[in-house]
Design a protein around this ligand. Structure first.
Ligand code: C2E
Ligand code: CA
Ligand code: CA
Length: 829
C-alpha cells in the first residue's frame, strides 16, 4: 500500500499534541467539585471515561465517496459529562475513553493502523477540549440544575464539538486521499444532523433526570435503543439513496463509444462508488491483446498493455469480476477495498452489477469500433473499385462533375475512355484470375501516367476513364484536342508493353475514345457518352485512338437500350441480317468460302455493324439466342446454295463465350440436320485467344465439333498473344491472317515475315490460309508472292446481301473454271 501522506502525519501529530496538552493542563487546573460530593473524584472521572467510550462503541458507520464516516453518540456523552465532571477533566477522559473504544473496535472489527487510532482519539479529545471551553465560558454546567441558559451553553459546547470533530475527521480523510476537504465534511455534517439534535436532546434529558432522581435513568435504555434504530434506519436510507444516485451516475458515465472513455469512466466511477483503494479494468481487445486501465485513490488513470489475466478469485478485500457479454469475454474488473472497510454483501452485489454494466459498455464500444471500421471500409469500397483500387463509376462521375464545376466555364478538359481489346477473350479463355490480373496491370500502368488533378477510374468490365483537367490553355482552339490525342496515344503505347499474364505473354491493347470540351458545357455523363462513341469508332476503325466526332453521334447507341431492342430484333426476324463476303483463291479467283457477317437493320438507328452491338450482346444473356440465330440464318443460306449445286462452305463467327457452353455441338448438329447441310460445309471462325486457351470445356467443345466434321478456322491470326503450340493441340482447318498484317505488309518487314511464316506453317500442317482485308491489287500481288493462296477483302468483294451472293458465286465459279480450263474457254469463244 502507499505510505502515509505527510499531511496526515502532521495532522496526527498536531491533534495528539493538542489533546495531550489539553488533558494535562485540564487535569492540573484546580477543579471545583461541590464540597459535599458523595462520589470520590476518580469515580466521576471513570464514569466520564466510560461515557465517552460507550458513545463511540455505539457508533453508526456509513461509506461516503471519500471513505467511511462514523457517527457516534459523542455529543450526548459530552453534555452528560459536562454535568458530571469538572470541565477541565474532560479532555483527558475523552482521550482515554475514545482511545480505548477505537482500539477495541480496531482489534475486533476493522484493524486500523495505530496512527489512525491516535489521530481519531486525538481529534475527539481536542474537539472535547474546545467544547468544554465553549460550554464553561457560557455557563457553569457542573452539577447545575438545568436552566434554559445552561441548556444553551451545553448546546453551544455540543455544536463546537460537532464542528471540530467533523472538521478534523474530514481533514484526515482529505489528506489521506488527497482530495478537497469540502465533500467529506459536508457528507459527515449532513449524515450527522439528525443524530446531533437527538444527541443533544438525550444529553439534556439525562442531565435533567439526574437532577430530578437518577433512578429515572433506568427507564432510558428502551427509548435510547429506539433512537439508535431510527438513526440507523435513517442513515441507511440516506446511504441507499446516495449509493443509487452514485451508481446511476457511474454507470451513465460508462455510456461512451470508445474503449478508453468507457474504461477510464469505469475506473474513476468504481473508485468513488465503492470508496475503493484501487480499481483495475482489464479490456480484452479483439486481437487477443489485453489493456489494463488502473488507478488508485486520487491518482490519474493509467493504461498499459498486459498479459491476459489469469483466473484469480475475489479475496476478502478485493473483488474480481470477469466481464462477459453472452459467451464473449470482454474484460475483467478488479476492485480493492481498504483493509479497514472490507466490502459488505451489498457492495459485492454492487460490484457485480457495476461489472455487468461495464461489460455491456465495453462490448458496445468494441462493436462500435468494429462498425466504424466497417463503415470506413465500405465507404472506401463505395467509392473505389475493389479490384484495382481506382475510383469506381459512381465516384468518378461525382468527383468528375465536381472537378468540372471548379473550372472556369471555358476551361478545356478532356476525357479519355479506354477499353481493352480482346479482354473478353482473355477472361473467358484464360480464366477470371487472368482477367483480373490483366485489369490490375492496366490499372497500375494507368495510375503511373496520371498527373495530379487528373481523375482515373474504372467504369466496370475492361473500361477505364481518365479525366484530364490539366489541359494546357493556349489560344489555338485545336490545341486541347491535339494534346488529348497525344496523351491517349502515349497511354495506349505504354499499356501495350508486353507482359505475362497467367503464363501467357500478351500485351494490353486498348481502344481509346477521346473527347474534349469546355468545362462548363457538359457534365461527366455526357462526356462519357461522347467518349464512348469515340471509343467504338476507334475499335471499328481498327486503330487505337479516335476523337469524338459529333456527326457520328446520332448513329451511336446506348448499350442497355440496345439489348432490349435486340430481344425484339431476335423475335422480329427481319432486322438482323447476314452480309456475305466471299474469299477467293488468289490463283484462280474461285470462291474458297463465304463469311457470314451480321448486320442490324435497326428500325430507328439505321444500319448497325457488329462493332455497334456485338460486345453488349456477348456480355448479356442473349448471346446463346443470338448465336443460334446467326447459325440458323447462315445454314439456311448454305442450304440454298446446295439446292443450286454450289459446293461452297459458309464461315460463321463465334464469340468466345459461346464455346463455354457444352451444349453448343449438339445444337449445331441439330441445326445442320434441320437444314440438311453436311458438317464440312460449315466453318466456325474462332479468335486466336480462344483456341489457345486451355480450358477443358472449350477443348471438349472444339474436339466434338471437329469430330462431327465441322471445320474450324482461327480468326485474326497473328494478333493473339500466343505461341503456336496450340496448333498441335487443337486441330483446325484454316488460318485467317489478320487484316493489320495485310495493311502493314508493304512497308513492314515484320508484318511480311509473319504472313510468310504463317503461310509456311499452314502448308506444313496442311491448313488453308486466308488473308483478310485485302483492299488493293498490290496487296493481292504481294500476298501471292508470299505464297498465300486465298484472300478476302473489299478488293474482291464487300460483304453483300444474301440475295446477291448466289449470282456472284455462280459467276466466280464460271470465271474460275474459265481460268483453270482455258481450252474450254477458248473453245467456247
Ligand atoms: P472479322 O471476323 O475479322 O470480320 C472481318 C471484318 O472485316 C468484317 O467487319 C468485314 O466487313 C471487314 N472487312 C472485310 N474486308 C475488308 C477490307 O478489305 N477492308 C476493311 N477495312 N474491312 C474489311 P464487320 O462485318 O464489321 O465485322 C467485324 C467483326 O465482328 C468481325 O471481324 C467478327 O469478329 C465480328 N462479327 C461479325 N459477324 C459476327 C457474328 O455473326 N457473330 C459474332 N460473334 N461476331 C461477328
Ligand atoms: Ca471472321
Ligand atoms: Ca478477322
Amino acid at each position: 500500500m502507499r505510505g502515509t501522506p505527510v499531511g496526515v502525519l502532521l495532522l496526527t501529530t498536531a491533534v495528539a499534541v493538542t489533546a495531550l496538552a489539553a488533558a494535562v493542563v485540564g487535569l492540573t487546573v484546580p477543579a471545583h467539585p461541590p464540597p459535599d460530593d458523595p462520589l470520590p473524584g476518580f469515580v466521576r472521572f471513570g464514569v466520564a471515561v466510560v461515557a465517552f467510550a460507550v458513545a463511540q462503541l455505539a457508533r453508526l458507520r456509513f461509506r461516503t465517496a471519500s471513505g467511511m464516516v462514523s457517527i457516534t453518540w459523542g455529543e450526548a456523552a459530552l453534555v452528560v459529562c459536562l454535568y458530571l465532571v469538572p470541565a477541565g477533566w474532560l479532555p483527558a477522559a475523552a482521550l482515554l475513553g475514545t482511545g480505548a473504544a477505537w482500539t477495541a473496535m480496531s482489534l475486533v472489527a476493522d484493524r486500523r493502523p495505530a496512527l489512525e487510532l491516535v489521530r481519531i482519539a486525538g481529534s475527539l479529545s481536542a474537539a472535547t477540549a474546545l467544547a468544554a471551553g465553549v460550554a464553561s465560558a457560557l455557563g457553569q454546567p457542573l452539577l447545575a440544575a438545568p436552566t434554559p441558559e445552561l441548556a444553551l451553553a451545553l448546546t453551544a459546547g455540543a455544536v463546537a464539538y460537532l464542528l471540530a470533530s467533523a472538521w478534523l475527521g474530514g481533514a484526515g480523510l482529505a489528506l489521506l486521499h488527497g482530495i478537497p476537504i469540502g465533500p467529506p465534511l459536508l457528507a459527515a455534517l449532513r449524515g450527522k444532523l439528525l443524530m446531533f439534535v437527538g444527541n443533544v436532546a438525550v444529553g439534556l434529558v439525562v442531565v435533567t433526570l439526574l437532577e430530578l432522581d437518577p433512578r429515572w435513568l433506568l427507564l432510558l435504555p428502551p427509548p435510547l435503543w429506539l433512537l439508535q434504530q431510527t438513526y440507523r434506519h435513517r442513515l441507511r436510507a440516506d446511504q441507499e439513496r446516495r449509493t443509487w444516485r452514485a451508481f446511476a451516475e457511474a454507470t451513465a458515465a460508462l455510456n461512451q463509444l470508445d474503449e478508453r472513455g468507457v474504461a477510464t469512466a469505469a475506473v474513476t466511477g468504481a473508485l468513488t462508488l465503492f470508496g475503493a483503494e484501487l480499481v483495475e479494468v482489464d479490456v480484452a481487445r479483439g486481437d487477443g491483446r489485453w489493456r489494463r486501465y488502473r488507478a488508485d485513490t486520487g491518482a490519474q488513470v493509467r493504461d498499459r498493455e498486459v498479459e491476459p489475466p489469469s483466473a484469480t478469485g475475489s479475496g476478502e478485500h478485493e473483488l474480481v469480476r470477469r466481464l462477459a457479454v453472452g459467451s464473449a469475454e470482454v474484460g475483467q474488473l478488479r476492485v480493492r477495498f481498504p483493509r479497514s472497510d472490507p466490502p459488505t454483501a451489498r457492495e459485492r452485489d454492487g460490484v457485480a452489477a457495476f461489472g455487468d454494466a461495464l461489460a455491456a459498455a465495453l462490448h458496445d464500444a468494441a462493436t462500435h469500433r468494429e462498425l466504424r471500421l466497417v463503415t470506413a471500409r465500405s465507404s472506401y469500397e463505395a467509392v473505389h473499385d475493389q479490384l484495382t483500387g481506382l475510383l469506381n463509376r459512381a465516384a468518378l462521375l461525382a468527383k468528375g462533375d465536381q472537378a468540372l464545376r471548379q473550372r472556369a466555364h471555358d476551361h478545356p478538359v478532356a476525357l479519355l475512355l479506354l477499353d481493352i481489346n480482346q479482354f473478353k477473350e482473355v477472361n473467358d479463355t484464360l480464366g477470371h484470375a487472368a482477367g483480373d490480373q490483366l485489369l490490375r496491370l492496366a490499372a497500375n500502368r494507368l495510375a503511373t501516367m496520371t498527373r495530379p488533378g487528373d481523375l482515373l477510374g474504372r467504369l466496370g468490365g475492361d473500361e477505364f476513364a481518365l479525366l484530364l483537367t490539366t489541359v494546357p490553355v493556349v489560344d489555338d482552339r485545336a490545341a486541347p484536342l491535339a494534346y488529348a490525342l497525344r496523351q491517349a496515344r502515349e497511354i495506349a503505347e505504354r499499356l501495350a508493353a508486353p507482359t505475362e499474364v497467367a503464363g501467357v505473354r500478351m500485351s494490353v491493347e486498348v481502344a481509346v475514345g477521346v473527347v474534349v470540351a469546355d468545362a462548363g458545357t457538359a457534365d461527366l455523363t455526357e462526356l462519357l457518352r461522347r467518349a464512348d462513341i469515340a471509343m467504338y469508332q476507334a475499335k471499328e476503325g481498327g486503330g487505337s485512338v479516335a476523337a469524338y466526332d459529333s456527326s457520328r453521334d446520332a448513329a451511336s447507341t446506348d448499350h442497355l437500350a440496345l439489348l432490349a431492342e435486340l430481344r425484339e430484333a431476335l423475335e422480329a426476324d427481319d432486322q438482323l441480317v447476314l452480309a456475305l463476303q466471299p474469299a477467293v483463291d488468289l490463283a484462280t479467283g474461285a470462291p474458297t468460302g463465304v463469311e457470314a457477317l451480321i448486320r442490324w437493320r435497326h428500325p430507328r438507328r439505321g444500319w448497325l455493324g457488329p462493332a455497334d452491338f456485338i460486345r453488349p450482346v456477348e456480355n448479356s444473356e442473349q448471346l446463346g439466342t443470338f448465336t443460334r440465330y446467326v447459325l440458323n440464318k447462315a445454314l439456311a443460306v448454305a442450304a440454298g446454295w446446295a439446292r443450286e449445286g454450289l459446293d461452297i462452305p459458309i464461315s460463321v463467327n463465334l464469340s468466345a463465350r459461346s464455346l463455354l457452353d457444352p451444349r453448343l455441338p449438339a445444337e449445331i448438329g441439330e441445326a445442320l440436320r434441320r437444314h440438311q447441310v453436311p458438317p464440312h460445309r460449315l466453318v466456325l471462325e474462332i479468335t486466336e485467344t480462344v483456341v489457345m486457351s486451355e480450358l477443358e470445356v472449350i477443348d471438349e467443345v472444339l474436339a466434338t465439333l471437329r469430330a462431327m466434321g465441322v471445320q474450324l478456322a482461327v480468326d485474326d491470326f497473328g494478333t493473339g498473344f500466343s505461341s503456336l503450340t496450340f496448333l498441335t493441340r487443337i486441330a483446325v482447318d484454316e488460318l485467317k491472317v489478320d487484316r493489320s498484317f495485310v495493311i502493314r505488309m508493304a512497308d513492314s518487314p515484320e508484318a511480311a515475315a509473319i504472313v510468310r511464316t504463317t503461310v509456311g506453317l499452314a502448308h506444313e500442317l496442311g491448313l488453308r490460309v486466308v488473308a483478310e482485308g485485302v483492299e488493293t491489287a498490290e496487296q493481292r500481288i504481294a500476298l501471292a508472292e508470299l505464297g498465300c493462296t486465298a484472300a478476302q477483302g473489299y478488293h474482291f468483294f464487300k460483304p453483300m446481301p444474301a440475295d446477291k451472293i448466289g449470282a456472284v458465286l455462280g459467276s466466280l465459279l464460271d470465271t474460275a473454271r474459265g481460268n483453270v480450263l482455258p481450252l474450254r474457254a477458248d473453245g467456247a469463244s
